[in-house]
Design a protein around this ligand. Structure first.
Ligand SMILES: C[S@@+](CC[C@H](N)C(=O)[O-])C[C@H]1O[C@@H](n2cnc3c(N)ncnc32)[C@H](O)[C@@H]1O
Length: 309
């Protein structure tokens, strides 16, 4: 089995993963913007959609939303802790019976027939964690889709700025006093990260050229019993578009949720996000601006694409 899949299986099956991931979306402004963008796209594209496959569905941010809108959803994920958390949240929302939960890997979708689902979605980078099978996996997602596909994957143009700014996530912390362990780590580690930082043109050029984050050191860590972050394949926008076209998707639209917000300093983002009227107007305008394909792919996991079959 490929290392990416083995590493993903170990990482995402850590017992607290479901609980931690389910809280992240309210803590970081870039995640809130990403979620808002995807929700707006989903809710405005539900014509003729009764059945949905959500690949790498996590704790159900989108599968539960679609079930609440009346869709029959297959919630597919490699991680049992994520599925368990999603079941708990679906039960709270009263939609447990609208969702079929399946534990499986995107690398193996043989069990699903061609055009099984009206819509196929996969958000926040699950496809990027299937390296070196990412192209074939997209082909399989298209194959099982009847009408509409929406994906968001790791973006190469969005990842590259992290190589010159490892503290970038700090800009998006909504509440610096919150108890979230990742927020605490970002704040506590900020000075160290700056001190230890050294810009490497070689690392940036390598990522620009081969698109790969992680590799041999992650494999070695895995073999030593550790839990490294997934080996991640980052896409260029035109590459993602070409793959979707190659498998037969048409009318492809690309977007970059978070691009507009990245132009603003944290003080102003926090001010906007803490005022409900400004927040709602801002999220509307972000969606509009970030849907312009000329800004697509800014933000690490924010290369968004949709197409029709
Ligand atoms: C960042 S989370 C995104 C969850 C969800 N799509 C969302 O947007 O809230 C990535 C999810 O992909 C799942 N995943 C990672 N690799 C996978 C694979 N090869 N097959 C299926 N699921 C995978 C993880 O378990 C995790 O739940």
């Amino acid at each position: 089995m490929d290392y990416s899949r083995k590493i993903s299986e170990r990482l995402w099956n850590m017992p607290d993963k479901g609980e931690l991931e389910s809280r992240r979306e309210e803590t970081f402004i870039d995640d809130i913007i990403q979620k808002s963008h995807i929700e707006k796209e989903l809710l405005s594209h539900l014509d003729e959609i009764k059945t949905v496959f959500d690949g790498g569905a996590g704790c159900g941010r989108f599968s539960i939303l679609l079930a609440k809108k009346g869709c029959a959803v297959t919630h597919f994920d490699i991680s049992q802790p994520m599925i368990d958390k999603a079941k708990e949240l679906a039960a709270k929302e009263g939609v447990l019976d609208k969702i079929t939960f399946v534990n499986g890997a995107l690398e193996d979708l043989k069990g699903f027939k061609d055009k099984s689902f009206d819509m196929v979605i996969s958000f926040d980078a699950p496809v990027s964690y299937t390296y070196p099978n990412q192209k074939r996996v997209i082909g399989e997602l298209v194959r099982i889709c009847r009408k509409r596909i929406m994906l968001s994957v790791s973006s190469r143009l969005g990842y590259l700025p992290y190589l010159a700014n490892p503290i970038q996530k700090n800009q998006f912390i909504l509440d610096e006093t919150c108890e979230d362990p990742f927020v605490k780590w970002c704040i506590g580690n900020k000075e160290n990260a700056v001190e230890a930082f050294h810009f490497s043109k070689d690392a940036a050029m390598k990522l620009y050229k081969d698109g790969l984050m992680g590799g041999e050191s992650e494999i070695a860590e895995y073999e030593n019993g550790g839990t490294p972050w997934c080996i991640t394949y980052t896409f260029m926008p035109d590459e993602l578009e070409d793959i979707l076209k190659y498998y037969g998707a048409k009318n492809i639209k690309l977007a970059g949720p978070g691009a507009y917000a990245r132009t603003l300093p944290r003080e102003l983002l926090v001010k906007i996000m803490n005022d409900s009227k400004q927040r709602s107007d801002f999220l509307d305008f972000c969606h509009y601006y970030d849907s312009n394909p000329f800004v697509c792919g800014m933000g690490k996991d924010n290369l968004f694409a949709q197409g029709e079959l």
